[in-house]
Design a protein around this ligand. Structure first.
Ligand code: AKG
Ligand code: FE2
Length: 287
């Protein structure tokens, strides 16, 4: 079996499509046990980089690009809601956060392992082979959010997100670290790589996630505040017919009490996004 990172000159590379290029994109691969880890960690103009595609669909923006955007029509002036946006397939329950002890322990372990250098990577992609598990902290987090969401999700949605796959699908976890002022360009997660059922956890600081329909007229764009330790799940329309993104700002404007709004300064946020690779999408070339 050949893995995508075995040959990053291959035009069939997993990363030929705009995936997750960030301002400091390059791409080195570290292997640890059964998990492959792609680290996005320095400036690189090399066209053979794993991340050499233009950042059209997903890119993390450096603060210089869009911070301090105060124009009236800018997303900064959209007041983010605190409850789930009315988008079919978007699941969000602010009342069931990841337990504090687990959240701090996972955040500490991820920070030590991947983000210990200030000028180091801000994005880590971890791929398992089908039937293997993720590194321990992420595996624990995944099990915890599966338990947390079980009571509030329809069974078929819970199964889509968490049930072990018999179809050879591999798990992918992407860990993003955002300093205040950084965001991610609005996008739909790659259709040719990832399946349905995406779960995201916010650790450290919160942020506003923006949503907009892919087809104009399918709904109103909106912002949703994701507090620290919250979990969001996207499936169906929310995964396929709506974009999600995070404006590159150092603060958010969020619904307050009694119709008021409040300004919340951003802190460093670490997000973990769990996805399924499509059957066979982890294999490149001849299997
Ligand atoms: O940071 C987040 O919560 C979103 C990350 C994301 O959308 C992605 O990596 O595709
Ligand atoms: Fe995404």
């Amino acid at each position: 079996m050949e893995w995508p990172w075995d040959d990053d000159d291959d035009t069939d590379s997993l990363f030929d499509e705009p995936l997750a290029a960030r301002d400091n994109a390059a791409g080195t691969v570290q292997a640890s046990g059964n998990v492959e880890c792609v680290v996005n960690d320095d400036d690189d103009d090399d066209a053979d980089s794993l991340f050499d595609e233009p950042a059209a669909s997903q890119s993390i923006c450096p603060s210089a690009l869009a911070d301090d955007d105060t124009s009236e029509s800018s997303p900064a002036t959209i007041v983010a809601r605190r409850s789930a946006a009315p988008i079919p397939g978007l699941h969000f329950d602010d009342l069931s956060p990841v337990p504090e002890e687990l959240a701090s322990s996972v955040l500490a372990q991820l920070t030590t392992q991947y983000f210990s250098r200030q000028d180091g990577p801000n994005q880590i992609m971890l791929f398992t082979r089908p039937s293997d598990s993720l590194p321990a902290p992420l595996d624990l987090l995944l099990a915890a959010i599966s338990d947390l969401l079980r009571p509030s999700l329809p069974k078929e949605v819970h199964d889509l997100l968490f049930a072990p796959r018999g179809d050879g699908c591999a798990r992918q976890a992407i860990v993003n670290r955002y300093a205040p002022g950084e965001g991610i360009v609005s996008h739909v997660d790659l259709l040719g790589r990832y399946g349905d059922g995406i779960a995201g956890v916010s650790l450290g600081a919160g942020c506003t996630m923006s949503f907009a329909p892919v087809e104009e007229g399918d709904g109103e764009p909106c912002g949703m505040w994701l507090p620290p330790r919250s979990v969001i799940a996207l499936e169906g329309d929310a995964r396929y017919k709506w974009t999600h993104g995070i404006a590159a700002r150092s603060y958010d404007i969020v619904e307050g009490e009694n119709g008021s709004s409040e300004r919340i300064e951003r802190g460093t946020r670490v997000s973990i996004t769990f996805r399924w690779m499509l059957p066979g999408a982890h294999v490149v070339g001849d299997a």
